[in-house]
Write a protein that binds this ligand. Structure first.
Ligand code: NOJ
Ligand code: CA
Length: 532
């Protein structure tokens, strides 16, 4: 039986390498996570999503998995993993694993077998195609000017990797592959995992004669199979990572009667401030467009499916730098949280977001670790020179949110006793969990209040949505409403200037306020929540 527990999930994403290191080797681990569970529980979350913690050669920071049935020793043993899961469950926290089955690592046994030749029983576990007119089978790209196909001299065929070469795409059209995956998913569910975040899930099905990678004609059939074989029997929650879909297309995967996924991520607003949504190519951020896009998805799913509320993850820079203001760090962190988490949907918070983390500064290319940055860095230097390239990387690279969480203001930010696998955040001495917690008006305390408010007000957790105003100068008001409850009005000044807009008609009982009181004139990044 599938229940709707995903609707009330408040999910905290842990990027395990960067969260907390318990043994001084510079890599976060399961024991480190256990040591922070009380901190997370108090924040008000009830679900953890842990990014891949499987064995991996780390060409894509763990998303390249070489064994789906084990955990990476750098994080601990399987016993440690189970203890971590138990410690979560004991606190009423559910655990989502990252399910990365679009591709495996090139060091996975299936792929090393597959490479051995056309007759190998694992050959068809991956996508192999003959050349077409001496060329790649199609024009698919795996990043900036890089073909998604690599030629294998030995067999005279191409194999597919829709991202880096270290991640060959699994062939979902092979029923044996699907059976292997369902069995593996069930083994994790039997261990006690409660669900999955499903990596680029619309890329599992492909039509090779289409220009577009992913969303192939068998997508819904495969998702339904996964649901029937694994998810439904375990009442597991899923959230699919998908990009560039309209609300109607996304709805196809989460329509309650279809039996596919519980949720898909809504990422369209994260394109704002990038030219054509392209990372590193920045243009002026427009708050009004940002809010309009959020509203579009609220309306798009209203009454028929459930949204996700997300602003940060391990692939995105910090929201304060992109959508708020480092100058008004705490104020904008609170306003962004209010804007997003008073909407309808399931909450997703990325590690460090809850105390207002900001991007580090990358001062040389050697400081970068991310494979995607490495693919494009020479091109960025060609375009803008070293200074311009590093500026873009510091603003928009995936490493921005992957540096260790700063737990305190010490040299290692309290993350480790040693040198971390990647640089520490330059701002850890001022921006860290301990100093934020010491501030009654800090960001963490605000998140706490906001999450507890969501829980106590049905209009917020279940209600409908209406955008009332979204002005060029940052005045934003929306309403959440449900029968039998008073309306909730979210009133924001999404700007770094004072704003004299008249919000008196939305005033009621004050439930939440970023500055702690009600102003006459809205201050920079002011946020107010009223019930009326
Ligand atoms: C999406 C993940 O979020 C990202 O980190 C990873 O690089 C790609 N999938 C490729 O697996
Ligand atoms: Ca460690």
């Amino acid at each position: 039986m599938i229940t709707n527990w995903y609707k009330d999930a408040v999910v905290y994403q842990i990027y395990p390498k960067s969260f907390c290191d318990s043994n001084g080797d510079g890599i976060g681990d399961f024991n480190g996570i256990i040591s922070k569970l009380d901190y997370l529980k108090e924040l008000g979350i009830n679900t953890v999503w842990i990014s891949p913690c499987y064995p991996s050669p780390q060409k894509d920071n763990g998303y390249d998995i070489s064994d789906y049935d084990d955990v990476g020793r750098e994080y601990g043993t399987m016993e440690d993993f189970k203890r971590m899961a138990d410690e979560m469950h004991r606190r009423g926290i559910k655990l989502l694993m990252d399910l990365v089955v679009k591709s495996s690592s090139d060091e996975h046994f299936w792929f090393t077998e597959s490479m051995k030749g056309k007759d190998n029983p694992y050959r068809d576990y991956y996508v192999w195609k003959d050349p077409v007119d001496g060329h790649e089978p199609n024009d698919w790209q795996a990043g900036y000017q890089i073909s998604a196909w690599t030629f294998d001299e030995k067999s005279g065929q191409y194999w597919l990797h829709t991202f880096i070469e270290g991640e060959p795409d699994l062939n979902w059209d092979n029923p044996k592959v699907r059976q292997e995956i369902y069995a593996m998913v069930n083994r994790w569910l039997d261990i006690g995992v409660d669900g999955f975040r499903c990596d680029v899930i619309n890329l599992i099905a492909k039509d090779y004669d289409s220009d577009h990678i992913g969303d192939g004609k068998h997508l819904h059939e495969y998702l339904h199979e996964l649901h029937e074989n694994c998810l439904a029997p375990h009442d597991a929650m899923t959230v699919g990572e998908v990009y560039d879909l309209t609300p109607d297309e996304a709805f196809e995967m989460v329509a309650p009667d279809r039996g596919e996924l519980s949720l898909v991520f809504q990422f369209e607003h994260l394109r704002e401030g990038r030219i054509d949504g392209q990372r590193f190519f920045m243009t002026d951020f427009n708050a009004k467009n940002f809010v309009d896009t959020l509203a579009k998805w609220q309306y798009g799913f209203m009454g028929r499916a459930w949204n996700t509320l997300v602003m940060e993850n391990h692939d995105q820079p910090r929201c304060i730098d992109r959508f708020g203001s480092v100058e008004y760090r705490k104020e904008s962190a609170k306003m962004l949280a209010t804007l997003l988490y008073c909407l309808q949907g399931t909450v997703f918070i990325y590690e460090g977001q809850e105390f207002g983390s900001i991007n580090p500064v990358f001062r040389s290319l050697e400081e970068c670790d991310d494979c995607e940055t490495k693919q494009i860095q020479d091109h960025l230097v060609e375009l803008w020179g070293m200074e311009g390239a590093l500026k873009a990387i510091s603003l928009d690279s995936r490493d921005c949110a992957r540096v260790p969480v700063a737990w305190d203001g010490s040299e290692t930010g309290g993350f480790s006793d040693g040198k971390a696998w990647i640089k520490y955040n330059d701002f850890r001495h001022e921006v860290n969990a301990a100093s934020d917690l010491a501030d009654e008006n800090g960001v963490y305390r605000f998140y706490q209040k906001l999450l507890s408010l969501r829980k106590s007000k049905r209009a917020l957790s279940r209600g409908n949505f209406e955008l009332i105003r979204n002005d060029e100068d940052g005045g934003v008001v929306y309403r959440r409403y449900i029968e039998g409850e008073r309306d909730i009005f979210v009133v924001l000044n999404y700007s770094d200037k004072e704003n004299a807009f008249d919000f008196s008609s939305y005033k009621g009982e004050l439930l939440l306020s970023g500055y702690g009181d009600i102003p006459d004139v809205m201050r920079p990044f002011e946020c107010l929540v009223f019930e009326k």
